[in-house]
Design a protein around this ligand. Structure first.
Ligand code: GLC
Length: 794
C-alpha cells in the first residue's frame, strides 16, 4: 500500500500545477471558474491524455495561485482549492469558506497494487446523487456502488451494477452542491459512507486517479460543466420522441404490419415499431430471416406508408458459422477480440457461440458501420444496440482478452465499460455515412459517461411490477442527473405479465419520459395498448395523445439539453435541493418535465396519493385548483389519472393531437400560461429530421410571462415555424372581462379531456390591432408571424 505522501516539488507550467511526492506525481488544472481537474499517478507513469468519455478535452486555463508556505491556494472567481503540501491533501471550498469536499486527513489518495482510491472526509449530513443508472434511493448516502456494465436480466430493487457505468456524482455538503467525475473507465467503486462513518471514497481498479471537480453551485451548473467535457446529445429525429412499440418479438412480417395497422385503426398515435431478434436468420447479425421476413424492403415500404419508422435490434456477437458472410469477413478482416495467443475469443449469446467485434478499433467500427449502412439502404430508420456489456449469458468476458483501445492495446478489464458505448458510436457513425444529413436514432443498453453523444438509453430488463414502475422513475431521474437526457424504461415492464391497472399507470407516467417505448418479453401476455380492454385502451390513447400534444415542449427541452446538458426530465433536486422532503422515500420519485410541469408517480392500486409541492404556487393540471408549497398534499386519484401539477410561471407549448410526426399539426400553437409568478421559456422548432438545424434552419423564440404581459420575441433562425396562430390559455388570470364579441368562438373539444378543464370559460377571438388587448377569461387567439408579439392583459 502506498499513501500519496508529502509534496517535495511543485511548479506551474503548461497551464497546470505539477507536484511531486516521493513516489507519485500530480497535475492540477483549471478549466473554468467552476471546474478543476486532478490527476495523480506513480512517478514512473505518464499522465493519461486521451479518453473515450471526453474526446475533445478543452484547454486548461491560467490559475490564480498563492503559495502560503504549508499550502498552495488556487482561487477562481467562484471556488477555492487549497492544496496542503505535507501530506498532500486537497480541500475544495466556496469563497465563503464552506467545505464542499476535502481529502480525509489520514488517508487522502492510496494505491494498493493497481487499485487507486481517493478518500474524502464525510461531511456532516452530506448527501450524494446521480452515478447514472443505479438502483436505490435518490440520496445515495450510506450506500456503495460498483461500475461494471452488467447484463442484469430481471434485476431487483437493489441490484448493482446494472448495464450503464457513469462514474459521475453530485454531492451536497453544508447546503452547497458540487460534482465529481472520476475520469476512468476501468471498474470503479463509489462509497458514500457505506459501513463507515468517516469517509466517502472513489476507487478505480486500474488506470489512473483522474477526476474533475465541479463547483456548482446548482445541479444545472454542474451538468453544464460536466457535459462541456463529456459532450451533449444532438437533436434526435422527432419520430423517436413519438410512441414506440416493441415486443420480443413481432414476427413474421405480416404480424408486424398488423400491429402497425392496428395503431392506425384504433386511432392511437405512434411512430415506431421494433424488430427484436426474430427478424434475423438464427439470430445472426446483419441477416434477415428467410421465411419470417422474406422481403424486408417491401415490409419497410408498407410500414412507411403507414407512417411507421422501423428500428431493428443489433447484438454485437457474430455467430461462428462457416459460410456466414459476416463471420467469414470478420475473420478475414481480423475484427474480433482475441486471447493473447491470437485465437479469437468465443462467448455464447442468442446466436450460440459468437466472436465479438473489437469496437475499440477504428477500423472495426468502420467495418461494422458499413453493415449498418447496408440496413439503412434497405430502409431501416434506427438501431437498438443490445447485449453490449458485452453479455455472455450472465457471465463476463475473460479478463485477459485483448482489445485495441485505439492502438494503445489493453485487456477486457480496461475495455469492458466502454464496449457498449463504442458499439453505439460505430452504429451511429455507420448509419450517418449514408443518411445524407438525415438523423438516425440509436438506443443502447450498455454505455458509459459520454455515451449521451451517441445514443438514447433504456434501463434494460425490468419487471411488470409497481416496484419497477417506481424504480423506473428513479432510474430515469438519476440518468438525467448524470448527463443522459434521452432515456426511458420498458413501458408495462419487460418480464412478467402486466396487470391491467399497471399497464394503464405505466403508460401515464411514461408519457412524460423522453423515451416512450413499450416492450415485453417473449411468452408474456401481449402488451399493446389494446391488449388490456377498452377502458385501458382509452387511457393509453389519452396519454399517448397528450404526449403528442406536448411534443413542442419535449422537443424544446431536448434542444436545451443540446445546449447545456440539462435533461428534459429533472429530479426535484434540480430546483429544490434545499427542501429536505424531496429526499424522503415518499417523494423522491417525483420529477419535472422541464422546470414547471411536475409528475408524481403513483402505484397502480393507489386511490389516494401523498405528494410534495415544493415552494411556490402549484396548479393541478387536471382542474387548475391551486395549492401553495412547500406542503404535503393528499390527492384523490382516479383509475385514469396520476397527480400532475404545473407551477405558476409556467409556459407550456402544446399542439393538437397528431397521430405521427409526419402529420402536420393544425398550425395553432396552444400556449398555456400559468399566472402567479414570472417565467420564461425558449420555444424551439426545426424540421425534426435533418441536420439543417446545425446551420440556421431552426425557429427559436423566447417567451416571457410577467404579471400582466406575455412577450414573444421575434423568431431567430431561418426555419418557417409550423405554427401560424397562437392561442394563449390563461390559467389563473383574473382580468376584467372585455368585449366578448362572440364571433368565431371555438369550443375546445378535440383535445385530451384534461385540457378541456378550462373550456367552460368564455373565449373570444375579437381583438384590436393595438398591442394592448383586453381579454376575457379563457383564451386569446392571435395570428403568429416571426415578429415580436406583446400582449398586455388588463
Ligand atoms: C435482452 C434485451 C431485451 C430483448 C431480448 C431479446 O434481454 O434486454 O430487451 O428483448 O434481449 O433480444
Amino acid at each position: 500500500m502506498e499513501i500519496i505522501g508529502d509534496v517535495t516539488l511543485w511548479e506551474f507550467r503548461e497551464n497546470a500545477l505539477h507536484l511531486t511526492t516521493s513516489h507519485a506525481k500530480m497535475r492540477i488544472a483549471q478549466y473554468n471558474a467552476s471546474t478543476f481537474r486532478v490527476q495523480a499517478c506513480k512517478t514512473s507513469e505518464t499522465f493519461q491524455e486521451t479518453s473515450y468519455a471526453c474526446p475533445e478535452m478543452p484547454a486548461s486555463q491560467e490559475m490564480r495561485l498563492t503559495d502560503l508556505g504549508g499550502k498552495l491556494v488556487a482561487e477562481t472567481s467562484f471556488l477555492r482549492l487549497i492544496i496542503q503540501k505535507k501530506p498532500f491533501r486537497l480541500r475544495f471550498e466556496t469563497l465563503a469558506g464552506d467545505v464542499l469536499s476535502e481529502d480525509d486527513p489520514g488517508l487522502g489518495i492510496i494505491w494498493e497494487d493497481r487499485e487507486v482510491t481517493n478518500y474524502k472526509t464525510l461531511q456532516p449530513g452530506e448527501r450524494f446523487f446521480g452515478l447514472g443508472e443505479k438502483t436505490g434511493p435518490l440520496d445515495r448516502a450510506g450506500k456503495q456502488y460498483r461500475n461494471w456494465n452488467t447484463d442484469a436480466y430481471a434485476y431487483g430493487q437493489n441490484t448493482d451494477p446494472l448495464y450503464v457505468s457513469c462514474p459521475f456524482y453530485m454531492g451536497m455538503s453544508h447546503g452547497n452542491m458540487y460534482g465529481i467525475f472520476l475520469h476512468n473507465h476501468w471498474e470503479t467503486v463509489f462509497n458514500f459512507g457505506a459501513a463507515n462513518d468517516r469517509f466517502s471514497f472513489f476507487q478505480a481498479k486500474g488506470g489512473q486517479l483522474d477526476y474533475f471537480f465541479f463547483g456548482g453551485p446548482k445541479p444545472a451548473d454542474i451538468l453544464r460543466d460536466y457535459t462541456a467535457l463529456t459532450g451533449r446529445i444532438k437533436l434526435p429525429p422527432m419520430w423517436s420522441l413519438g410512441f414506440q412499440q416493441c415486443r420480443y418479438s413481432y414476427y413474421p412480417d405480416t404480424e408486424v404490419l398488423r400491429v402497425a395497422q392496428t395503431f392506425r385503426e384504433k386511432n392511437i398515435p405512434a411512430d415506431v415499431i421494433y424488430l427484436d431478434i426474430h427478424y434475423m436468420q438464427d439470430y445472426k447479425v446483419f441477416t434477415w430471416h428467410d421465411e419470417k421476413f422474406p422481403d424486408p424492403e417491401s415490409l419497410i415500404e408498407k410500414l412507411k406508408a403507414l407512417n411507421f419508422k422501423v428500428v431493428v435490434i443489433l447484438d454485437p456477437g457474430v455467430k461462428i458459422e462457416k459460410d456466414y458472410p459476416v463471420y467469414e469477413e470478420g475473420l478475414a478482416r481480423d475484427v474480433f477480440v482475441k486471447y493473447p495467443d491470437g485465437k479469437p475469443y468465443s462467448g455464447a449469446a442468442w446466436p450460440g457461440w459468437c466472436h465479438f467485434p473489437d469496437f475499440t478499433d477504428a477500423a472495426v467500427r468502420l467495418w461494422w458501420g458499413d453493415h449498418v449502412a447496408g440496413l439503412v439502404k434497405q430502409g431501416v430508420n434506427g438501431f437498438w444496440n443490445d447485449m453490449n456489456e458485452p453479455a455472455v449469458w450472465g457471465h463476463h468476458t475473460p479478463n485477459l482478452v485483448g482489445f485495441a483501445l485505439e492502438g494503445k492495446t489493453g485487456t477486457h478489464k480496461e475495455a469492458h465499460n466502454i464496449y457498449g458505448m463504442q458499439m453505439s458510436r460505430a452504429t451511429k457513425e455507420g448509419a450517418e455515412k449514408v443518411l445524407d444529413g438525415e438523423r438516425t436514432f440509436i438506443l443502447t443498453r450498455a454505455t458509459f459517461s459520454g455515451g449521451q453523444r451517441d445514443s438514447a438509453v433504456w434501463t434494460g430488463d425490468n419487471h411488470a411490477t409497481d416496484e419497477h414502475l417506481m424504480l423506473g422513475a428513479r432510474l430515469v431521474n438519476s440518468l438525467g442527473l448524470s448527463g443522459f437526457p434521452f432515456t426511458g424504461n420498458d413501458v408495462g415492464g419487460f418480464t412478467g405479465d402486466a396487470a391491467r391497472g399497471l399497464y394503464r399507470r405505466w403508460i401515464a407516467h411514461a408519457a412524460f419520459h423522453p423515451l416512450m417505448r413499450a416492450h415485453s418479453m417473449i411468452n408474456s401476455r401481449q402488451a399493446e395498448p389494446w391488449s388490456f380492454g377498452e377502458e385501458d385502451l382509452e387511457v393509453a390513447r389519452n396519454y399517448i395523445s397528450l404526449r403528442y400534444q406536448l411534443l413542442p415542449h419535449l422537443y424544446s427541452l431536448l434542444f436545451e439539453a443540446t445546449q447545456n446538458g440539462i435533461p428534459p426530465v429533472r429530479s426535484l433536486l434540480f430546483y429544490y435541493h434545499d427542501e429536505w422532503k424531496i429526499f424522503t422515500e415518499a417523494f423522491e420519485n417525483q420529477f419535472l418535465l422541464g422546470q414547471h410541469l411536475m409528475i408524481c408517480p403513483v402505484e397502480s392500486d393507489a386511490k389516494l396519493a401523498r405528494v410534495y409541492l415544493p415552494e411556490g404556487e402549484w396548479y393541478q393540471f387536471l382542474n387548475d385548483a391551486t395549492q401553495t408549497g412547500p406542503a404535503e398534499h393528499l390527492t384523490e386519484i382516479q383509475r385514469d389519472t396520476i397527480p400532475i401539477y404545473v407551477k405558476a410561471g409556467a409556459i407550456l407549448p402544446l399542439q393538437n393531437t397528431i397521430h405521427h410526426v409526419d402529420e402536420p399539426n393544425d398550425g395553432l400553437l396552444r400556449l398555456h400560461l400559468y399566472f402567479g409568478a414570472e417565467g420564461s421559456y425558449t420555444l424551439y422548432e426545426d424540421d425534426g429530421h435533418t441536420r439543417a438545424n446545425e446551420s440556421n434552419a431552426f425557429a427559436k423564440r423566447r417567451i416571457d410571462l410577467k404579471a400582466d404581459t406575455v412577450h414573444m420575441s421575434g423568431v431567430e433562425g431561418d426555419y418557417k415555424s409550423r405554427f401560424t396562430k397562437v392561442r394563449f390559455y390563461l390559467h389563473g388570470a383574473s382580468f376584467s372581462k372585455g368585449n366578448s364579441g362572440g364571433q368565431g368562438i371555438e369550443i375546445l373539444k378535440e383535445d385530451f379531456r384534461f385540457l378541456n378543464a378550462i373550456s367552460n370559460f368564455d373565449p373570444y377571438e375579437d381583438y384590436p390591432d393595438t398591442a394592448k388587448v383586453v381579454v376575457g377569461l379563457g383564451y386569446l387567439e392571435l395570428p403568429l408571424s416571426g415578429n415580436p408579439l406583446t400582449v398586455q392583459l388588463s
